[in-house]
Write a protein that binds this ligand. Structure first.
Ligand code: NAD
Ligand SMILES: O=C(O)C(=O)C[C@@H](O)[C@H](O)[C@H](O)COP(=O)(O)O
Ligand code: ZN
Length: 366
């Protein structure tokens, strides 16, 4: 009997805006691919990982050292606490002390927060070095590690400092998901569901067929859900890396979602906040006369069915509105939202009337 692992799925991301194309691999036991992605020119490799993955980070460092690289592991705080200027400065210091040059390579191993920082450090060190993403959460695999958006938060808001700096490759080892807590696993489902609403309704059908099973990495459709969501993201960012237009659809639910995250001092997971944000965006679309009732109602149903939140404290609206003004889609004083004009038909809603915003808010207010 052979114990060979099935071949990994390879999803291509096109190079635009002068960047190189790369592949996202989805499968198991993919670390053998890492050396090829690091490339022949590197002498040093820095493995950036969160505290929660200290042993994974150290094992990777040892493996790379065994291959002859001068390998360092840089331990970051868990989750959103790592997305700060202080943590980026700590990484720059470590790279400086290691003598990291332009041919050396950063590997980001962790969830979306870790790969956002790792990519940002790679974008800024010596004005840009090569990096490889090894996402270990659902959300990291289907969204954060793909597409080259890297960044950190500031006191004023989420992801306000960053750079477009695509990785050389993305390795999604599905086995990593087994150690993820259910809360984090389900948070990642929000971005998968987002991909379903904006582009690939088959995702919604797979989840609706057995929402309980969708909450577990052992569910029958895990690989298909992850791959479908990656394909949506890969297709969009291949066309519009720098968010000059179409890429904005990936921000569905994020205008309010980011404001909720900030208001909760990042104690809510990104996916949970985006879940409420999508219900809000669906209501906005419905109130603006652009989205049918059935599709709007489907948001609440599918998100709730996997255990994601669909309401938020009603007394916070003035603060949320203020924060939404610094959303990257805003232009001057004009707020802009991604809404749907039907299933898989995303569009931009410019400067909605304040009464419309308030009415949509009433639908999510707890
Ligand atoms: N760059 C992008 O395009 C993009 C897209 C979507 C989201 N994001 C960002 O991604 C972040 C959210 O990412 P996330 O949901 O992966 O959360 P996260 O990175 O905060 O990880 C959640 C928690 O899980 C831990 N963890 C990671 N992998 C683990 C594993 N395999 N087993 C056990 N614990 C593990 C982490 O240390 C952390 O404590 C947000 O900051 C969001 O803004 C970026
Ligand atoms: O890749 C994109 O583009 C997205 O908007 C994907 C989002 O899921 C992600 O959370 C992204 O980090 C948000 O970007 P921002 O520009 O609104 O900070
Ligand atoms: Zn997101």
């Amino acid at each position: 009997m052979t114990t060979q692992e099935p071949a990994a799925t390879r999803i291509a991301v096109g190079g635009t805006a002068g960047t190189a194309p790369y592949d996202v691999l989805v499968g198991r036991q993919l670390l053998g691919e890492l050396t090829g992605l690091i490339g022949a020119d590197a002498q040093r490799v820095a493995v950036l990982h969160p505290e929660a993955l200290a042993s994974t980070g150290e094992a990777l460092r040892e493996d790379l050292a065994g291959q002859g690289y001068e390998a360092v592991a840089i331990r970051l705080p868990n989750a959103e606490e790592s997305k700060t200027a202080e943590v980026a400065a700590y990484c720059w210091k470590a790279l400086g002390q290691t003598g990291f040059t332009r041919t050396d390579v950063i590997v980001g191993v962790g969830g979306g927060a870790t790969t956002d920082v790792a990519g940002f450090v790679a974008a800024t060190w010596l004005r840009g070095v090569r990096w490889v993403a090894v996402p270990t959460t659902v959300l990291g695999m289907v969204d954060a590690a793909v597409g080259g958006k890297t960044g950190i938060n500031t006191a004023e808001g989420k992801n306000l400092v960053g750079a477009f700096h695509p990785p050389a490759g993305v390795l999604c080892d599905l086995a990593a998901l087994d150690s993820l807590g259910v809360h984090d696993y389900v948070s990642g489902l929000a971005e998968i569901i987002k991909a379903g609403f904006i582009a690939d309704p088959a995702i919604l059908e797979l989840i609706e067929s057995d929402p309980q099973a969708a909450r577990s990495p052992q569910g029958p459709h895990t690989a298909e859900l992850v791959e479908r969501a990656i394909r949506v993201k890969a297709e969009v960012v291949s066309e519009d890396l720098k968010e000059s237009g179409r890429r904005e659809i990936l921000n569905y639910g994020h205008t309010l979602g980011h404001a909720i995250e900030k208001n909760e001092r990042y104690n809510w997971r990104h996916g949970a906040a985006v879940s409420v944000g999508m219900v809000f965006a669906a209501e906005l679309g419905r109130i603006a006369g652009r989205l049918d009732d059935a599709t709007a109602d489907r948001h609440r149903a599918v998100l709730e069915s996997v255990g994601l939140p669909v309401t938020y404290r009603g007394d916070q609206w003035p603060k949320l509105l203020e924060t939404m003004k610094v959303d990257k889609k805003s232009r001057g004083d004009r707020l802009r939202f991604i809404v749907l004009e039907g299933l898989a038909k995303p569009a931009v809603l410019e400067s909605p009337d304040p009464a419309m915003l308030l009415a949509a808010h009433a639908e999510i207010a707890a």
